[in-house]
Design a protein around this ligand. Structure first.
Ligand code: SAM
Ligand code: SF4
Ligand code: SF4
Length: 372
């Protein structure tokens, strides 16, 4: 961390009030945080609701009928989301991922996709616009999403065995419907669909080789995700994590040895590997090989709070700036100014200091609220 750093503000995110200068500086198209990490990726959660109850994300005991989801008036409207996206793009964001909760539950999500697909990056190129889904509604929505301009899709799928999958999604949802959705998405033109498999010890570890063999024969890229300690409702323990190295060893033992590939981009969360006879597979090793040093991601919660880390305990309220009635012509410049201040203050690196007193002292927000 830079010794020369002078704090711009001392308030916590929740208490932050803004004192804007009369002349707001124009955004330069690039922004760096205190650890010299650029702002490149934005993840936007479009709903805090989900039609699954994955035991590691939204366990039924917590996310039951008593659970208070956000009222509709708290959600950012599509116009508000687009305005936020524009402000981030002005600072150099080139990739936007829509997530949730389950993003396909948000009514008319394809309209939002269409609106975002019209935006251009600071260099004039189209955005890299992607979405992560559990796949349940994808078959029905795939064509509309493709037509609206969505570039890429990630589907979460933790098992091919129906009993294990149903036990994990905890709403009795059959694996065959997710596989049909993936086929449908492929049929309408989505290429190289990514498949995210969260691996949890004692729950779906026996599916590692089965999943690898199945997706090796498809154009899709399977990515093994280490089970993370996000939020406070999933009862995470280190013993539940199967490391990426262990997964690679199990694949090698099954005749599926891997060798490493070059990263596409320094900001990639997944490391890329290839099978000896071709085909790619990815590993997201957030627990055993933290990648905070290259983390260029900001997250917007469903109600418009900006989080600078998946493990942050508080977010900055951008919705208040969006809904400010005073001097509407200055609104966009103010949001850009606020984002710049927040990012320039950022020093988050939770995964690198996991287990330390500093990391454990804070409460963490839920993955379903902020999105993966
Ligand atoms: N509902 C959508 C889905 O499941 O794809 C999007 C939101 S979900 C929160 C985004 C991703 O986070 C999914 O791939 C999910 O498997 C992953 N995820 C959720 N909880 C996790 C945890 N504790 N550790 C690792 N990944 C997790
Ligand atoms: Fe829903 Fe996705 Fe969380 Fe599963 S991982 S409960 S599908 S938000
Ligand atoms: Fe980025 Fe925070 Fe995850 Fe580190 S822990 S990679 S800073 S989101």
């Amino acid at each position: 961390m830079s010794e020369k750093f002078i704090p711009i503000f001392e308030q916590t995110p929740a208490s932050k009030t803004w004192d804007f200068p009369p002349h707001l500086p124009p955004s330069s198209g690039q922004l760096f945080d205190r650890l010299h990490r650029p702002l490149k990726d934005l993840r936007i959660s479009v709903t805090d609701r989900c039609n699954f109850r994955c035991t590691y994300c939204m366990p039924k005991e917590v996310f039951n009928t008593q659970f208070q989801y956000l009222p509709h008036s708290s959600l950012l409207s599509f116009e508000e989301i687009v305005n936020i996206a524009k402000a981030f793009i002005a600072h150099g964001v080139t990739k936007i991922r829509l997530t949730g909760g389950e993003p396909l539950l948000r009514k008319n999500i394809e309209e939002l996709v269409h609106m975002l697909s019209q935006l251009r990056c600071a260099n004039g190129e189209p955005l890299d616009l992607t979405l992560t889904t559990n796949g349940a509604l994808l078959g029905r929505k795939a064509q509309a999403l493709k037509d609206a301009g969505l570039n890429r899709i990630t589907v979460s799928l933790d098992a091919l065995d129906d009993a294990i999958f149903k036990q994990m999604n905890d709403v009795d949802f059959p694996v065959s419907e997710v596989l049909d959705s993936i086929k449908q998405a492929q049929a309408v033109g989505f290429k190289a669909i990514k498949i995210n498999m969260v691996v949890k010890a004692g729950v779906n570890e026996q599916e590692i080789v089965t999943m690898a063999r199945y997706f090796k024969q498809t154009p899709h890229t399977l990515r093994f995700i280490e089970f993370m300690d996000v939020g406070s409702s999933n009862g995470w323990r280190m013993d539940d994590v199967i490391s990426s190295a262990e997964i690679r060893q199990r694949l090698a033992n099954a005749g599926l040895a891997l060798s490493p590939l070059e990263a596409h981009s320094i900001n990639d969360t997944a490391s890329r590997w290839r099978y000896a006879d071709g085909g790619e597979v990815g590993f997201v090793s957030s627990v055993t090989q933290a990648f905070c040093h290259d983390c260029s991601r900001a997250r917007i919660s469903t109600e418009g709070k900006l989080y600078t880390c998946l493990f942050a305990s508080e977010g900055y309220d951008l919705r208040a700036l969006l809904r400010e009635q005073n001097e509407p012509d200055k609104q966009q410049a103010r949001i850009e100014y606020a984002i710049a201040n927040i990012w320039q203050q950022r020093a988050d690196r939770y995964s690198e200091i996991r287990g330390s007193a500093q990391a454990e002292a804070k409460a963490k927000i839920e993955m379903s609220y902020i999105g993966g």
